[in-house]
Write a protein that binds this ligand. Structure first.
Ligand code: URA
Length: 184
């Protein structure tokens, strides 16, 4: 099996969709390659595209604060996105862009082999949990997907837009901590 570094190099040469033509940097992922817990967002925004790292803009600062609540930081988990190149104007990644990029995420998951995956928002949940996933009803619940435990929580950008969702997310974060502690 290739290492994450080898996979990143391969991914940097990917031209399976048009996003590679408009991006500044590949945003492959960051964190501990042996992490038990992996977060999967949607796709890079402007700041991420410029810095080549996921979740470094406003939503990323909130994600860091969310990790801090449960005594984690980005060096102890792994953070990646559904698509590795920024969709122009921060539009949602198109289904064909998601399809083209998904094998990279699958290979990241295979290499890291996390026990727990947390989807940030509905886009990754619809891909990793179920295509008709409903974030308002099903956030905070664990789903067994091929032997891996996967949960979705609200995307930090949604929490910035609607702080009223934060108390529910606080409970979801506590549940993630509880499950992580259970793993030892
Ligand atoms: N939103 C995402 O889904 N991913 C990022 O990396 C940044 C913002």
């Amino acid at each position: 099996m290739a290492s994450l570094d080898e996979l990143k190099k391969e991914c940097a040469g990917c031209a399976k969709c048009g996003l590679c033509q408009t991006r500044t940097n590949l945003v492959f992922g960051v964190g501990d390659p042996g992490a038990k817990l992996m977060f999967v967002g949607e796709g890079p925004g402007r700041d991420e595209d410029l810095q080549g790292e996921p979740f470094v803009g406003r939503a990323g600062k909130l994600l860091d604060a969310m990790l801090d609540i449960i005594d984690l930081d980005r060096s102890k988990v792994y953070i990646a996105n559904m698509v590795k190149c920024r969709p122009p104007q921060n539009r949602d990644p198109l289904p064909e862009e998601q399809d083209a990029c998904f094998p990279w995420l699958e290979r990241q998951i295979e290499i890291i082999d996390p026990k727990l995956i947390v989807c940030l928002g509905r886009i990754s949940a619809m891909r990793l949990i179920r295509s008709d996933f409903k974030i308002t009803r099903e956030h905070g619940q664990w789903f067994d997907v091929g032997g891996r435990q996967i949960m979705a929580i609200y995307h930090p950008a949604a929490l910035l837009r609607d702080p009223g969702k934060r108390p529910e997310t606080f409970l979801d974060l506590k549940e993630i901590r509880r499950r992580l502690d259970e793993l030892g």
